[in-house]
Design a protein around this ligand. Structure first.
Ligand code: CP
Ligand code: NVA
Length: 334
């Protein structure tokens, strides 16, 4: 694997072999840290973390991952820089590229991530845009590989709910790339974009994987190894859309009946988080009270069940992001 100097803007920027190699490296780095043998491969490196949107996991994984490897991370949060308001993407890229060894970008537009990567002269890692969330899917695949106990080529995952969003786009693409059976259950109005579906189909054909889509959640989950859902309204989408989304997506809520419909007593539950599974959040309280609901995309009993892998999944953001930093900044010599 030689990813030195490469950017990672979407899942299909890596070949299937490269993707598997990054997962292997992530598992190795996780074990090194757990056993207190972590070797620092990024001494004297400095990375910029440019965020147009808020974050808990992604920011933490980049900061801790960099620190663990001896690098320094500088957080440039929403509204804290000239980016977008007083300075163009191209100029920001050229400035940050002169000072940093790499740039994490979380923002709205995928084209901003691409423009940063084109002009920065250093690797750019996509920490989420409206279109893609490729560091998330890497943690998702590592979590499924850990828990399935068999190769990802023999594993099926079903995404339910807002399948037009960044998380589903990346899960679908990464899963198809490495040969998984990826199923989507979503209404016609919230399905992956046509070009995303076409690329995933081509990747699945090459890898021996499969992709399918239906509006029937019970049929989609039958026999699945993992069920996956995400919020019904993503960062940056207007709150006025909540009612429309709830009406559209409530039939795709992951609840006990749907878990039962898998027919798989060992089915695992995944969610990138944050999740609306109870009324312990500001938005949750508002939306749930107005609609008389107890949960949105996943019920609390499923979220808290033994089959729920969401905190393993969150923890896996760290070694996967760390592996990307090491592979792209230290290269083969890892
Ligand atoms: N899953 C995820 O990306 O979480 P954050 O928004 O907290 O980074
Ligand atoms: N689809 C969600 C993912 C959050 C990690 C969003 O974009 O807000």
């Amino acid at each position: 694997m030689d990813l030195l100097g490469r950017s990672y803007l979407k899942d299909s920027d890596l070949t299937a072999d490269e993707y598997r190699a990054v997962l292997d490296l992530a598992a190795r780095l996780r074990e090194e840290k757990r056993s207190g043998r972590e070797r620092r491969r990024l001494e004297n490196k400095t990375v910029a973390l440019l965020f147009e949107k808020t974050s808990t996991r992604t920011r933490s994984a980049f900061e801790v991952g960099a620190r663990d490897q001896g690098a320094h991370a500088v957080y440039l949060g929403p509204g804290e820089t000239q980016f977008g308001v007083k300075e163009s993407t191209k100029d920001t890229a050229r400035v940050l590229g002169r000072m940093f060894d790499g740039i994490e970008f979380r923002g709205f537009s995928q084209s901003d991530a691409e423009e940063l990567a084109f002009h920065a002269g250093v690797p750019v890692w996509n920490g989420l845009t409206d279109q893609w969330h490729p560091t998330q899917s890497m943690a998702d695949l590592l979590t499924m590989r850990d828990h399935a106990g068999r190769p990802l080529e023999d594993v099926s995952v079903c995404f339910l709910g807002d399948a037009a969003n960044n998380t589903c786009t990346s899960l679908l693409t990464a899963g198809a790339l490495v040969g998984m059976d990826v199923r989507v259950a979503a209404p016609a109005l919230r399905r992956p974009a046509a070009e995303v579906w076409a690329e995933a189909g081509a990747l699945a054909a090459a890898s021996g994987g499969s992709i399918s889509v239906t509006d029937d959640p019970r049929a989609a989950v039958s026999g699945a190894d993992f069920l996956y859902t995400d919020v019904w309204l993503s960062l940056g989408e207007p709150e006025e859309l909540w009612d429309e989304r709830i009406d559209l997506l409530l039939p795709y809520q992951v609840n006990a009946a749907l878990i039962e419909a898998t027919g798989n007593p060992r089915v695992g539950f995944l969610h990138c988080l944050p999740a609306f599974h109870d009324a312990r959040t500001e938005i949750g309280r508002r939306v749930l009270a107005r609609r008389g609901l107890e949960a949105l995309e996943v019920t609390d009993d499923v979220f808290e069940s033994p089959g729920s892998l969401v905190f393993d999944e969150a923890e896996n953001r760290l070694p996967t992001i760390k592996a990307l930093l090491v592979a792209t900044l230290a290269g083969d010599d890892v």
